[in-house]
Design a protein around this ligand. Sequence first.
Ligand SMILES: Nc1ncnc2c1ncn2[C@@H]1O[C@H](COP(=O)(O)OP(=O)(O)OP(=O)(O)O)[C@@H](O)[C@H]1O
Length: 488
Amino acid sequence: MPEGRGHHLLAVRNVTKRYGGVSALDDVSAEFRAGEIHAVLGENGAGKSTLMSVLSGFVAPSKGTVELDGHPIPLGRAFECKRIGIEMIHQHFTLVPDFTVAENLALSRLPGLLGASHVAERAAPSLEAAKRLGWELDPIEKVRNLAVGEQQRLEILKALGGDAQVLILDEPTAVLSPEEVDDLFRVMRRLRDEGKIVVLIAHKLAEVLAVADRVTVLRRGKLIATATRDEVDERTLAEWMVGELPTAAVNSPATVAGEGLKASDLRVKGDRKEDAVRGISFEVRRGEILGIGGVDGNGQIELAEAIAEVRALAAGKVTWEGTEGKPRTGYVPQDRQIDGLALGLSVEENLLIAGYRRETLTRGPFLRLKEIHRWAQGLIERFEIRTPSSKEPIASLSGGNQQKVVVSRTLDGEPELLVVVNPTRGLDIRATSYVHGKIREARDAGTAVVLFSTDLDELYALSDRRVFMSRGELIDDEGAISVVGGRR
Ligand SMILES: Nc1ncnc2c1ncn2[C@@H]1O[C@H](COP(=O)(O)OP(=O)(O)OP(=O)(O)O)[C@@H](O)[C@H]1O
């Protein structure tokens, strides 16, 4: 039996969290034990993030308590929770890119001046943890030069340096390559065996079954079940999550064909003026989905932005149907929080913002408000965007539901060229299968689709043809996937 088991118990007792009329959590009770990896599952908007935020003190519940070893934790006080050893590893990293590894590690400890000797002293516990886990990082490397997987390691090391007893990971595998996922799971098991409480939010059932000791499923704010790994399979979990079984989508071959986008010798600079895309040529025909795979950070984003015309080309040429003419382009960017959404505006305004439906929704300089409302309502229903109303601020939607807003308005614009980057990141099984279906529909109607995805399952399920990117270049040998990657 792992040492420390039974020593620490994080217990949620009858927790309810209401936002206006919505119960994000409804009388939820659950126990997270030392020496276990506990996965929390649920559809988009089920309440997973809210539960994690309650556990880590970022959100105070409307009712109920959380206890660590029988002592109530300070509710809604993240800093206090950190002090007693509860650490949340967020999906959006909280690192300072221009600081070194050691400086970032030092910063996470008590605030104060960062003299060179203090940095070394404060970073030491995290660097020791790094050594123990086989995650050696160069302390003087700038964080902006680290690959995404390394940045995540740094986030975890920050938490361990603070002597975390409870580690909460919010969808930690979303940004990782298969090898990095295996390595993260190795470390999670090791931390579990050291007696820590490890909690994770996850969407991929296969991953959950691979790593979790126990699983808790939420649906619409309610706890549906907690079970041990051996008591469940993918089918049961899926049923618990959605209340029914989703039907698997089948990939039908493309029907419409025609000349589409042709890119010749594209070169694109990254944000730091580095050569992010180094001479790439490819073609994607109308009625075809071209998948571009590879580990994050190998120039995919810069290439996607260049094709979608939101980043300038340094060199090279793009033609559409053999001419210099521009296609009607739909773009689903990588980071919805930064590029996709105006967080201060409502759901409806965010649907409208991309301007895809300008002809029907405006009259001269005026907005046709009733039309807009009806149209927005239609998208909300079809894409099952979970929101109390279309007037709700977008910031109050769950992550997956925000992603649905971006995807739905883009697909609704009936693009001739569709550029999507990880279109289903953060979406649950049902939403993923719906979005895949809509992308195939667009393809079947003659759209040329360029799918950038770091998710191999998605890449193989959706694309008609595949290439991979490594260090700014295309490689078409699929066997090369395991060697793709590393630093920029
Ligand atoms: N700050 C907020 N204001 C209003 N409503 C909110 C707020 N935060 C969450 N909600 C609502 O609470 C519900 C649960 O959201 P939560 O983010 O916990 O879901 P989730 O399971 O993490 O979903 P996802 O998989 O999409 O990230 C959703 O209906 C969401 O709209």
